[in-house]
Design a binder for this molecule. Structure first.
Ligand SMILES: [Zn+2]
Length: 321
C-alpha cells in the first residue's frame, strides 16, 4: 500500500512540476460519472487519477436535483468539462436547468458557470463570491482569467437566514457559512433527500485547505464543522466537494485532528519557531497514514500537509480573525 502511495506521490509530483495546475489536466481523458443518492438527487464526479490537485476525482463534485419543475445544480466543475457535465445531466433529465448554486469560488466549482447561465440557469451565491469573481484575483496561487460576465452570480446573499428554493417537492436550503474554506462558502441542504453538500471545508482526500487569500479562516472552518454537526441528523449523507460521502460522526475525528495540529503549531509559535521550523517539525505525522493524499503536492506548492500547516501558522501568527 505504501509503495502505491509513493508511486502516486512521484507521479503527481512529475505532473505538478511539468506544468501549472490548470494546464496539467488532460481534459479529453476526464469523463463525468453519475451516482444517484436519492430518488431525484444525483452526484456527478470526474475520473479519478487525472487531476493532480484532486487525485480522488477530477475537479469538484456537482449535485443535480431533477424533476418536473426543472433542474437545480450545485457547482459547475472546470469549464473545460462543461459539455461533458451537460451530457451527464441530459442523461438524467431533459428539463430546463433553472438554478445553479456555487458552494465557493474555486474554479473547479465555478469555471463552468457561464455555460449553464447561457442555457438559462440563474446563479446563486454569497456576495463575497460575486465580489471575488468580479475583480482580478489569484486562485490557488495562480492568476485567474477574467470571468465571462455570464459566470457571475445574479442572486446573492449574506450571513443571514438560509435562502430556500422550493423545487420538485424538495426544499433546498442555501446556508451561508462564515469564512471557512473561503470567505464565501455556502452549505446546501436537501431537506427531504436528507443530504447536505458541504463544499470544501471538509475533505477526506488531502489535509484541510484554508484559502486565506480568498477569505478562508481556521476559526471559521472549526465553526463550520460544528454548525454542520448540528445541522445533520445521524443518518444524513454529507457530500464533500472532494472525497467520499460521509456521516456526521466522521466530522468528529476531522475536527479533533484540526484542533490537535492547531495546538502543536501554537506550541511551536510560543517557542519562537519560524514557519520553516514548524514545517520541519512534521506536526501532521501522526495523521499522515490516515489521510489519503495528505503527502501529495497541493495547489500553491508543497504537500497538502505543508499547505495546511502553513495556513494554520499564518492564521495563529497573525492573530485570530
Ligand atoms: Zn475549493
Amino acid at each position: 500500500m505504501k509503495s502505491v502511495w509513493l508511486l502516486l506521490v512521484a507521479l503527481a509530483a512529475a505532473a505538478f512540476s511539468a506544468s501549472a495546475w490548470t494546464q496539467g489536466l488532460d481534459f479529453a481523458r476526464i469523463e463525468v460519472a453519475t451516482e444517484q443518492v436519492a430518488p431525484n438527487l444525483y452526484m456527478l464526479s470526474g475520473t479519478a487519477g487525472l487531476d493532480p490537485a484532486h487525485e480522488d476525482a477530477a475537479g469538484g463534485r456537482i449535485g443535480v436535483l431533477a424533476g418536473p419543475d426543472g433542474i437545480l445544480m450545485v457547482d459547475a466543475q472546470y469549464g473545460e468539462l462543461a459539455d461533458k457535465v451537460l451530457a451527464a445531466i441530459r442523461r438524467i433529465s431533459s428539463g430546463p436547468i433553472r438554478f445553479l448554486v456555487n458552494t465557493h469560488i474555486h474554479r473547479d466549482h465555478t469555471a463552468g458557470n457561464a455555460k449553464f447561465a447561457k442555457l438559462g440557469a440563474t446563479i446563486f451565491a454569497r456576495e463575497e463570491l460575486r465580489e471575488g469573481m468580479s475583480r482580478a484575483r489569484t486562485v490557488n496561487g495562480i492568476p485567474a482569467p477574467a470571468s465571462d460576465p455570464a459566470a457571475i452570480p445574479v442572486v446573492t446573499y449574506g450571513m443571514g437566514e438560509p435562502v430556500k428554493i422550493h423545487l420538485n417537492g424538495e426544499i433546498v436550503d442555501l446556508i451561508p457559512i462564515r469564512a471557512a474554506h473561503t470567505g464565501g462558502d455556502t452549505t446546501i441542504r436537501f431537506e427531504n433527500a436528507n443530504a447536505i453538500m458541504i463544499g470544501d471545508y471538509y475533505r477526506n482526500f488531502g489535509y484541510p485547505y484554508i484559502d486565506i487569500a480568498n477569505g478562508g479562516s481556521l476559526r471559521g472552518m472549526l465553526e463550520a464543522l460544528d454548525a454542520t454537526m448540528k445541522l445533520a441528523r445521524a443518518d444524513t449523507r454529507l457530500i464533500p466537494g472532494h472525497g467520499t460521502i460521509i456521516k456526521r460522526t466522521d466530522l468528529v475525528p476531522y475536527r479533533d485532528m484540526i484542533f490537535a495540529i492547531q495546538g502543536k503549531v501554537q506550541q511551536l509559535i510560543a517557542q519562537g519557531k519560524t514557519r520553516e521550523d514548524v514545517l520541519a517539525a512534521h506536526v501532521t505525522s501522526a495523521y499522515d497514514s490516515a489521510v489519503p493524499g495528505g503527502l501529495l503536492p497541493a495547489a500553491g506548492g508543497g504537500t497538502s500537509a505543508d499547505r495546511f500547516i502553513s495556513e494554520v501558522y499564518q492564521e495563529l501568527k497573525g492573530g485570530a480573525k
